[in-house]
Design a protein around this ligand. Sequence first.
Ligand SMILES: [Zn+2]
Length: 268
Amino acid sequence: MEEHNQIAGYLDELRRSERLTLGTSAAGSQSHLASFENRSAFNYQRDRNVSSGSASNVHTCSLQTVRNASNDPLKYLSKYFNIKPEESRLTQVEALGAEVARLEGAVRNLSEREESLLASFDPPRFIVEHYWDRFMAKVGVRLNSVEIPYPEYIFEYVSAGGNSSQVARIILDTETIDHLVFFLAEKIRFKRSAAGQRALMTARLRSEIKQRDNFTCQGCGVSVMVEPHLLLEVDHIIPVSRGGLSVRENLQTLCWRCNRTKSNRLPA
Ligand SMILES: [Zn+2]
């Protein structure tokens, strides 16, 4: 239970992490121009469907662009949010993927722990159904929201009078980030860059590394054989911020404690 509550706190830390963005340059210069133009002309008239304005993750555009973006999200994400097919950008997207995977891993781990706590208490069903939060609070278990603050990119059309609005929303969860990694790598490979020679940081590679390391923390040696609910993460030995690449030799399995200690020592 103590470990459960510690992981709940760790999850809060991860949620607040500033690493959950693709950096300020992700807001393309074009998106700023577009929203500025709109607001200056029409802002005072609008009572509904007000444009999201200058938010760096919102691209205000034509209806056609919103439609195109929902049909071909990666291409439009890359083009309008300045996520260019460049080696350095690809590395940032991979690093973002690692942070999102950490969050997803912590959320999954917590709900597994909650289930096994539930099994060990075996409370009456009506309590589980109607008083679960209160019951867990009494027992001393901190329940955590399962929401993950996925980075979101929005293509938004607002008509001149503000009467109609349409949006295409791209949510960077693990699946989308993996697709984005492949999308960028394909383009970079085409330009014969180093990306062709290295592994790509994806959900698949992360699970491969955990398997290679026998689901054992390379820092303290604790493993899932000893602790069935152990939260394991994949770490860049040389951090991405210091030029470390997502290659197998630079990746290792760490338990959440060792990884947290390391990230606090090496701020991104
Ligand atoms: Zn460890």
